[in-house]
Design a protein around this ligand. Structure first.
Ligand SMILES: [Zn+2]
Length: 244
């Protein structure tokens, strides 16, 4: 395998995946169909030709505008495409090829969850189920040394630990301090990395959250004290899987 083979293919896959996820993340929260992908302009409804759907290249050639109506498409597709390329290629720096592929898939599945939780405080069940199902498959590439038992315990411990905190907080304070999706997400992450890694990921998520609060000087988002814990958990899990 030539040295450029894996980075090139992960970059290409990342670009295509990022393009798809951008359409998913901009349409799904509005209840629009996602089956069609990014095939028509959100402004004028014109179908976008295949040659205008090339990730990054099309954005640069069309300067981020629709060919038919000239309205701004926005930078979201470009941001997703570049982020997915980085997510796919970054693990090559730290991991042997097969594990790097596992880490890339892990990061790609987490990307829409990061965005949707951060923007909409929403961790869709369908994405969590996909993450959980991919855990025993692609998770084997990422972490071959983690046993099935460790993964099963990780799933149970991840869910139960955060669910206990979530329910306890709600009883104590009388309002939701954590989204219902966060315990499910933590359980799904446990399948990928095994129970041993969960404390580190929770610690990492807290550090990311505190860091962002310090940087942005905001402790409160639009809805009371809700913080996008799911986004932090995804970020910490990806970094842990890749670098640790
Ligand atoms: Zn248009």
């Amino acid at each position: 395998m030539p040295p450029w083979f894996l980075p090139l293919n992960l970059a290409l896959l990342g670009a295509v995946w990022g393009s798809f996820i951008a359409a998913l993340c901009s349409r799904w929260p509005n209840g629009e169909s996602i089956g069609a992908g990014r095939s028509r302009c959100d402004q004028c409804g014109t179908n976008i030709a295949a040659y205008d759907l090339i990730p990054i290249v099309s954005f640069i050639l069309l300067k981020g505008k629709c060919r038919a109506c000239g309205k701004e498409i926005g930078a979201l597709p470009l941001i997703f495409e570049v982020t997915a390329i980085l997510i796919g290629t970054f693990p090559i720096l730290f991991l042997p090829p097969i594990q790097a592929v596992g880490a890339a898939v892990f990061g790609w599945l987490l990307l829409p969850l990061v965005f949707l939780d951060w923007r909409h405080f929403w961790l869709p069940d369908r994405l969590l189920i996909l993450l959980a199902i991919a855990g025993p498959l692609a998770g084997l590439l990422l972490s071959p040394s983690v046993t099935w038992f460790d993964r099963a315990v990780g799933m149970a411990a991840g869910f139960v630990s955060l669910e206990a905190i979530r329910v306890g907080f709600k009883r104590w304070r009388g309002y939701e301090g954590m989204g219902a999706g966060d315990p499910k997400l933590f359980g799904a992450l446990g399948i990928w990395v095994g129970w041993q890694a969960l404390p580190m990921i929770l610690l990492g998520a807290s550090a990311i959250g505190l860091g962002l609060i310090l940087v942005t000087h905001t402790t409160r988002t639009q809805s009371r004290n809700l913080l996008p814990l799911g986004s932090y958990l995804c970020g910490a899990a990806y970094l842990f899987a890749t670098v640790a």
